[in-house]
Design a protein around this ligand. Structure first.
Ligand SMILES: [Ca+2]
Length: 284
């Protein structure tokens, strides 16, 4: 009986060991997995609450649509089944309504020859269009493209979007300017930073799901920016879009982001690009 007694004694010694070391260890390892499986993981943190999560994103191409290679794209948004595009270059600057499937321009208005058009945004039935150095903004009726007025600002004009309350504007610096939608006056300046360093040359913009998406001039990256803190939440690499067919013009860079809230798809193109890419963001 002695061996049995020894075995029992050993078991009594081992049991507390399991209780004090192994069980808590297993609990520590398993608890987060259980919690994670039960609680939905938020994809995007609401603005201005703590440290933003770094969610590595990539993309899948859903479709490729034609894009006018004459269009020096400076602004892009989706509305009611159509794409709206603002183009640049003096003498070539326009506001256009474009059929996505065919690339056909179904409505257009030209800016004065001396004006270099920039970003566009739609808010409350009005399209706002910036110009680069003239410090003049233009307002149109979204349906008729009839001019409704002008506004002025003190910086260069680059990209434009809206969070539904403000116009949000880039000016080539590391700042985003928030303009009161009614008065078009700057009410807030937000410094955009990544790992503590300011990020310059923010260009075309799109407000999606509580974040500002911005492409960076002469870069294939689109940043996702927390509009509360200015922190860059993520950086998505779009260099694969035109890898095999990059235009010879060194200024023909990625510069156009639009969002269709019905499909959740983005439309991405660039200055004088032959294609408009319809994409879906996916986690890497
Ligand atoms: Ca846009």
């Amino acid at each position: 009986m002695k061996p049995v007694r020894v075995a029992a004694l050993a078991a009594m010694r081992v049991t507390p060991l399991i209780a004090t070391l192994v069980v808590p260890l297993i609990a520590t390892l398993v608890a987060p997995l259980v919690a994670a499986s039960m609680a939905p993981t938020p994809k995007v943190r609401p603005a201005g609450q703590g440290i933003p999560p770094r969610i590595p994103l990539s993309y899948e191409i859903v479709a490729e649509h034609p894009h006018d290679v004459q269009a020096f794209t400076q602004g892009l948004f989706w509305h009611d089944g159509y794409l709206y595009e603002g183009t640049g270059r003096r003498g070539e600057s326009q506001l256009r309504k474009v059929d996505i499937e065919t690339g056909e321009v179904t409505r257009q208005v030209s800016l004065d020859d001396g004006i270099f058009g920039e970003g566009i945004a739609l808010l409350d039935g009005r399209i706002f269009q910036l110009s680069w150095l003239a410090k003049r903004g233009f307002i149109y009726d979204v349906n008729s493209f009839e001019p409704l007025g002008e506004f002025h600002y003190d910086t260069p004009g680059w990209g434009l979007t809206t969070d539904g309350r403000h116009l949000i504007m880039s000016d080539g610096s590391e700042n985003l300017l928030f303009l009161d939608a009614g008065t078009q006056q700057v009410v807030r300046t937000l410094r955009v930073h990544e790992d503590g360093r300011g990020v310059r040359d923010l260009n075309e913009l799109e407000y999606i799901g509580g974040l500002v998406y911005a492409n960076v001039w002469h870069s294939d990256d689109i940043l996702r920016i927390d509009p509360g803190s200015g922190e860059v939440v993520d950086r998505i690499d779009f260099s694969g879009l035109m890898a095999d067919q990059r235009p010879a013009d060194s200024e023909a860079v990625l510069n156009g982001i639009a969002y269709n809230p019905n499909s959740g798809h983005l439309y991405v193109t660039g200055k004088r690009w032959p294609k408009l890419f319809e994409i879906r963001l996916v986690e890497r």
